[in-house]
Design a protein around this ligand. Structure first.
Ligand code: HSE
Length: 404
């Protein structure tokens, strides 16, 4: 029997217990042993809950129990999760987590501790909820140099954008709905400002580059400035607004960013709607590959955590994860990235459009029948060139980058 402990009995923690109970027989068969939850750690009491008899409030019980071989950390946040994880690994226990904040900040160090001790620090659920992406990058795609990862990595924002596009719902109602369904972070600012997607692309970039990527270095823009008017223009152009997290390797150097983009229907991420996430990757020998599935929510996320528990149980004395170095990866400045930009500007006459063309070069006009404004798409410019042109006018209402 493999005894495990679950730290955190919130949305994901209770999902982990549910998944282990629901699929007990097949999970045990695949793990080659019986997996048993010995403790559930939480500050709160849950009177009448099925885990009541396993509930503990003191972390020391877990770390000091030699019977516990695997610890599930689904507490979220950096502390005390970091200290607890480190102590568990140092005490000879493998740790499985969904905590992207912790993996993004201390992944390199925790992976190293695990590797030194022939243990595992597994974090499939930290990116893309229930979608397998860490494991494929760690095992199936190891023959390739990954040159690009572009993903819809946040379920809450994709849900909001989809509702705004197809349901006519406003931003606040869609966010409340996502929160009620258990998709959103405790502080939804992390979702809507793009911080959650930023941590996830930092993890993926660390994994493919083999170096620590500091998420603070990644240019990040959320979706709070996306309006119903932007969506109207997008529809007129046959495009969708998507919060993309991207990481690309060009001339041996990586650049990464998170921002809303306008993508056309030929783009592989165009039809990824609702809470679904998808991750598109390019390998130098494989070519394109895409992973799609439920990116948030109790059971999809718990499914990925439990799959890690099974892997950890199968490899109790062997480290299976590729690690990345604590040495920091220097990302290149996004200001050299070249693309087209969609711009909404004040004015509605021919003269206004000509003024914009004089500033930005040849532009493609977009008419969404909105009073007092018009839209246009620039030719390919670098970020720096766009900013330089935009600084010369006060007519700009909003800009969204165009991908593809
Ligand atoms: N809040 C996150 C999301 C949860 O909406 O994608 C999964 O990481």
């Amino acid at each position: 029997m493999v005894q495990i402990a679950v730290m955190g009995y919130g949305t994901v923690g209770s999902g982990v217990v549910e998944v282990l109970n629901t699929n007990q027989a097949s999970i045990n068969k695949r793990a080659g042993d019986e997996i048993n939850i010995k403790y559930v750690l939480d500050l709160r009491d849950f009177p009448g809950d099925p885990v009541e008899s396993k509930l503990i409030h003191d972390f020391e019980t877990i770390v000091n129990d030699p019977e516990i071989k695997i610890v599930v950390e689904v507490m979220g946040g950096v502390e005390p999760a970091y200290t607890f994880t480190k102590r568990c690994l140092e005490a000879g226990k493998s740790v499985c987590t969904s905590n992207k904040e912790l993996v993004a900040r201390h992944g390199a160090e925790l992976l190293e501790i695990a590797r030194e001790r022939e243990l595992n620090y597994l974090f499939e659920a930290s990116v893309g909820g229930g979608i397998p992406i860490i494991r494929p990058l760690n095992s199936s795609l190891t023959a390739d140099e990954i040159t690009e990862i572009t993903g819809i990595l946040n379920g809450t924002t994709n849900y909001i954008l989809t509702k705004m596009s197809y349901g006519g719902t406003d931003f606040d109602t869609a966010l409340k709905d996502a929160q009620a369904k258990g998709y959103a972070e405790r502080n939804p600012e992390a979702d809507v400002e793009g911080y959650d997607a930023c941590r996830k692309i930092a993890i993926l970039t660390s994994l493919v580059s083999g170096r620590q990527v500091d998420f603070e270095d990644i240019y990040t823009e959320g979706i709070t400035k996306i309006t119903a008017e932007d969506i109207k223009y997008a529809k007129k152009m046959g495009r969708a607004v998507k919060l993309l997290a991207m990481s690309k390797k060009e001339d041996g150097k990586f650049f990464a960013m998170v921002a809303p983009f306008l993508i056309n229907e030929m783009h592989p991420l165009y039809s990824v709607n609702g809470v679904f996430n998808a991750i598109f990757a390019k390998g130098n020998v494989l070519g394109d590959v895409m992973f799609y599935g439920s990116g948030a929510g109790k059971l999809p996320t718990a499914s990925a955590v439990v799959a890690d528990v099974v892997d950890a149980a199968k490899h109790l004395h062997r480290s299976i994860m590729t690690f990345w170095s604590t040495k920091k990866l220097e990302l290149t400045d996004i200001s050299n990235a070249k693309r087209r930009f969609f711009v909404r500007a004040k004015g509605d006459g021919q003269a206004d459009a000509i003024r914009m063309a004089e500033l930005f070069g040849p532009v493609e006009l977009v008419n969404a029948d909105l009073e007092g404004e018009f839209g246009f798409i620039t030719g390919k410019l670098t970020e720096a060139e766009y900013q330089e042109c935009a600084a010369k006018t006060d007519a700009i209402i909003h800009m969204i980058r165009v991908e593809g």
